[in-house]
Design a protein around this ligand. Sequence first.
Ligand SMILES: *[C@@H]1O[C@H](CO)[C@@H](O)[C@H](O)[C@H]1NC(C)=O
Ligand SMILES: *[C@@H]1O[C@H](CO)[C@@H](O)[C@H](O)[C@H]1NC(C)=O
Ligand SMILES: *[C@@H]1O[C@H](CO)[C@@H](O)[C@H](O)[C@H]1NC(C)=O
Length: 368
Amino acid sequence: MGRLGEFVVFFMVTLFVAHVVKTLIFIGHFTHIVNHSPGPCRVIEVNGSEDLALLNDGLVFVSSGLRYRLSISYDPVLDTREGKILTFDFNKADKNPVELTLKNFNRSGFNPHGISAYQDPSSGAVSLFVINHRPDAQAIEIFDFERETHSLIHRRSVVNELIWSPNNLHAVGPDAFYVTNDNLFRYGTVQQLLYMYILNNFFASNIVYFDGFKAIEAMSGVHPNGLAMDKDQSFVFASATHDNGVAVYRRRRDNTLEASQVIKVGAHVDNINVDPVTGNLWLATIPKILDIVAYSKNISHPSASQVLEVQLWKSSASGIAFPYHKVREVYRNDGKELSASTSALVYKSQLLVGTLSTNMLYCEVKYY
Ligand SMILES: *[C@@H]1O[C@H](CO)[C@@H](O)[C@H](O)[C@H]1NC(C)=O
Ligand SMILES: *[C@@H]1O[C@H](CO)[C@@H](O)[C@H](O)[C@H]1NC(C)=O
Ligand SMILES: *[C@@H]1O[C@H](CO)[C@@H](O)[C@H](O)[C@H]1NC(C)=O
């Protein structure tokens, strides 16, 4: 090998090492976790609490029992889990969550993931939308909430060829919603895992809108996970996996989306919730990606948790949607108190944090 050959090899090795180090930094491998919380906290024992959805009166829906593959092997205890929807009431915060009865619904293989509640502005009727990785299909189950009997009555299943790897959604009407496909490949396939680790560098996924009858691709060429909207339903916020941030989109009249900005937060953003009072974003993030992969193989492995608030000032009518914003850290933990945070929301100075496959955390919000 001549001098030039040696140089080329040296150059390639350097590029490769630089890429690996950059990736390790990006996925938080060297991130140091300093524990802090916004006030007194209490761990609430549940078998998974991947997503949370809040009603105006302080009642929270919790999706529990998700079986989601982050690697080839996963913790066998997850296969014994039963998919459930629970409620937690911020007005009785010392009480444990209560399971909802599912009526008119085939529970076999129920594998609930992202959820979203829609409250009819005039009648107050509540519908709950639940992503269900069913054995036979990727479905969005729409339930009507019946408060008196504490049950969910199944109304319809939406199965559509444009919805192949749903992760999170936001309801905009009794039958309409935006939903993210977090993967280019169908949920539960080997290609899905390959995409998760390698192919996503070359291909992107999308956000889909369903109007009650048909689905359209609302935004293509993106890497989304969690999704939420502002109260007026004019903006969509979706996690931007490749940017460690939140992508902000303007909703057009035809329900397609226009990219406006990315708010970087320095960690992988999972689910996003909008505080109905302030309009601020509440993010649960995954500060250390390798730890959540280890956790998915063994849920006793601690995986760090983090909650961030993104304060948004008034939106602008054109150009960058939110020129003024500020990111504040509310909670951070090495995983020993709370492992693998995936969703966070607030109600009257109280915080609830959900996790991929384990407990929830309730905190009083006094200082942060
Ligand atoms: C969690 O699941 C285990 C069985 O795997 C069960 O013994 C336990 O009661 C469940 N906990 C809750 C809070 O549902
Ligand atoms: C319920 O769902 C399971 C799994 O998708 C399916 O095998 C079964 O036939 C369904 N049962 C009924 C009564 O539809
Ligand atoms: C899971 O992790 C815990 C804590 O790190 C360890 O004690 C346990 O042996 C592990 N279980 C398996 C099956 O590896």
